[in-house]
Design a protein around this ligand. Structure first.
Ligand SMILES: NC(=O)c1ccc[n+]([C@@H]2O[C@H](COP(=O)([O-])OP(=O)(O)OC[C@H]3O[C@@H](n4cnc5c(N)ncnc54)[C@H](O)[C@@H]3O)[C@@H](O)[C@H]2O)c1
Length: 345
């Protein structure tokens, strides 16, 4: 059976340490007949030697633009701005189908180059996503919200290990646990958020779709911490959760961890905030210093636990790769999204 040449590119963001395929899975793919090339990267959490040891070829960072025609370029986050025309098949999170900032430019680069985007977010089976960083996104998003509520998020955030994070959460548990609400609690990130809040000793309320159909705003605002983990389409008529007018008291709410992070899209359910926050400045303050309402909206949360996130992502992606050659299974679903947006968009 045909096996495409997989080209694992270096990430463009200098802070991105994750990798979509870890060496143990690369070894499985090579045994299954794939050729795997891995670009050198100054930031990746896994040293290149571990890939060499299992039989991967290496290439300089950014050399994917000269990769052989049939190569499938695999990454996690956005492509660099060059080259202007994209001629390969790319597998990554492009965030290009919900009217996000810069989306049209990315699609135009594919149109011009004749390439193909197989967005990981749209790899689905029976309508359900099959590869996601959700669990660790929710875990870190909730953990940062708690640390901030406890006055412990005083500077930039950096990649860490789960053990170190859990220790900080456990050591800082107050006598009276904070009331924390997870919305979208049945999903992947909602499950991760709930687990982190449990480690932190919070009193957790869990809401999913049925609980927000008629939004009880007073009940929502009666939590110190809110972690938004929903997947929203923007067309389901969901009433927004935290709006600018919700800054006005009375409210117990002090910290919103917006894991969903649809901040520039029409689907944004936290319209209080319309821009991401960063590792350097993770928190944006609304309200006053006496009565703050702070939002954390970091769009690469799982990168803060790069090893755990890479291993779980790779474990989900690897079994799908044999179907990539003929674009069957979840690849067909993602390709359909691309065709619709590139040719009809
Ligand atoms: N910030 C980051 O770094 C980061 C990383 C990964 C994922 N994400 C984003 O997090 C979001 C959640 O991802 P996931 O993998 O957990 O999704 P998921 O599909 O596993 O879970 C989503 C949950 O939200 C629920 N939901 C949908 N609409 C709702 C509503 N109106 N009210 C209440 N609940 C509702 C669903 O029933 C489901 O349980 C996605 O938008 C994803 O893109 C962000």
């Amino acid at each position: 059976m045909t096996r495409p040449h997989l080209w694992i590119r270096a990430e463009a963001r200098p802070t991105e340490q994750r990798v979509p395929i870890v060496p143990a899975d690369a070894a499985r793919l090579i045994a299954d007949g794939f050729e795997v090339t891995v670009e050198e990267s100054p930031t990746r959490v896994v040293p290149i030697e571990e890939y060499v040891a299992v039989g991967c070829r290496t290439a300089p960072a950014g050399s994917w633009e000269n990769a052989p025609d049939g190569a499938v370029v695999v990454g996690i986050k956005e492509l660099p701005d060059h080259p202007a025309d994209l001629r390969h098949t790319h597998v990554f999170f492009a965030h290009a189908y919900k009217g996000q900032e810069g989306a049209e430019e990315v699609l135009e680069r594919f149109r011009r180059g004749g390439g193909e985007l197989l967005d990981v977010e749209y790899l689905t089976v029976g309508g359900k996503r099959v590869v996601a960083f959700g669990f660790w996104a929710g875990y870190v998003g909730a953990a940062l919200a708690v640390l901030h509520a406890r006055g412990l998020l005083t500077g930039p955030v950096e990649p860490m290990t789960r053990d170190a994070l859990d220790a900080r959460l456990r050591e800082s548990t107050p006598g009276t646990p904070e009331r924390a609400l997870v919305i979208g609690s049945r999903g992947r990130s909602g499950t991760g958020a709930t687990e982190a809040l449990g480690v932190a000793g919070c009193a957790v309320t869990r809401w999913d779709r049925a609980d927000t159909a008629e939004l009880d705003r007073a009940a929502m605002l009666d939590h110190e911490i809110l972690v938004n983990c929903v997947v929203s389409s923007g067309s389901d008529g969901q009433e927004p959760f935290v709006r600018p007018e919700d800054v006005d008291p009375p409210r117990r709410l002090r910290v919103v961890g917006d894991v969903t992070c649809d901040v520039t899209s029409a689907a944004n359910l936290i319209p209080l905030n319309t821009a991401i926050t960063t590792w350097d400045e993770p928190v944006r303050r609304f309200g006053t210093d006496e009565h703050p309402l702070d939002v954390i909206a970091i769009d690469n949360l799982p990168s803060l636990l790069p090893r755990e996130a890479s291993e779980s992502f790779s474990a989900e992606l690897t079994p799908l790769l044999p179907d990539l050659a003929d674009r069957s299974g979840p690849w067909a679903a993602s390709l359909e999204w691309f065709r619709r947006h590139v040719h009809d968009g």
